[in-house]
Ligand binder design. Structure first.
Ligand SMILES: *[C@@H]1O[C@H](CO)[C@@H](O)[C@H](O)[C@H]1NC(C)=O
Ligand SMILES: *[C@@H]1O[C@H](CO)[C@@H](O)[C@H](O)[C@H]1NC(C)=O
Length: 249
């Protein structure tokens, strides 16, 4: 018993030193520090095409052992001119992933399934813009290791420019994910969207207080992973600033 216990720190040290960058080490659902954003049916309801706003911003990724991924992101960025007007974006994507021989991790979404809900309350007169979203994500490298302090596995992702993202923590194994098939096999954007327009708008208003408008032409694409990283860090900084201001007053 004692011998077995004393092995644990040793194993932890070994794992920390070596880390793991193979496909199997990604298996599971990972979430950022806020522990509020998770992939799966709690984030995106594919039947009603509803993105469900978590209570705090964060990022989640899930990976299967057979090459599928799911991404859920909720980012809030403050407005320096008017702190009461933060911009929020929810992104859902799923598809296939590969780990290349150079160590890069590439997420290739099913292009018809990705969704984005962008809310800019002071610019879009209180309603949100719901649109399709299709953005290949390339991470330069990744490392899975045991976090010595918390005793949980953490995933460290390096953006394409080499910038290190905030670590993500293993939340579920097996992963919590929607079915890893194309949820929206009709390629025609219009047929899907007209079909559920009324139902979705109503549900959206009831559940979220947001009016989901349809602007397929307004599909937002992230420019570069570099910018995404900058946006992300800026967002976190502004959230921190926002909280500070909140406490002072
Ligand atoms: C989705 O993204 C991929 C990779 O960037 C691109 O090849 C494809 O044309 C895009 N599809 C749509 C519908 O924009
Ligand atoms: C690694 O290889 C993949 C596939 O060839 C490529 O897309 C990616 O840019 C490469 N990564 C780096 C860091 O050059």
């Amino acid at each position: 018993m004692l011998a077995a216990l004393s092995l644990i720190p040793l194993l932890a040290i070994t794992a920390t030193v070596l880390g793991d960058s193979d496909t199997d080490s990604l298996y599971g659902t990972w979430t950022s520090k806020s522990h509020q954003v998770f992939t799966g049916p709690g984030f995106y309801d594919p039947v009603d095409e509803l993105l469900i706003e978590p209570s705090l911003p964060g990022y989640s990724l899930s990976f299967t052992k057979d090459g599928y991924f799911e991404e859920a992101a909720y980012r809030v960025s403050g407005n320096p001119q008017d702190p009461s007007c933060p911009t929020a974006v929810l992104i859902y994507q799923h598809g296939t992933y590969t780990v290349e021989s150079n160590g890069s991790l590439i997420l290739a979404p099913f292009e018809v399934d990705g969704r984005q809900l962008l809310s800019d309350p002071c610019k879009d007169s209180g309603s949100s813009v719901y649109s399709r979203y299709n953005q290949t994500v390339v991470f330069k490298s990744f490392l899975v290791k045991l976090n010595d302090y918390h005793g949980v596995k953490e995933l460290v992702l390096h953006q394409f420019d080499g910038a290190v993202m905030m670590p993500m923590y293993l939340a579920y194994q097996p992963p919590v994910m929607l079915p890893t098939i194309t949820l929206n096999p009709t390629k025609s954007a219009t047929s899907t969207e007209t079909g559920t327009h009324n139902k979705r708008s109503l549900r959206g208003m009831v559940k979220r207080g947001l009016e989901n408008r349809y602007k397929t032409s307004a599909v937002k694409r992230n420019r570069e992973p570099v910018n995404a990283a900058a946006y992300w860090w800026t967002s976190l900084g502004l959230i921190a600033l926002g909280s500070a201001v909140f406490f002072i007053f």
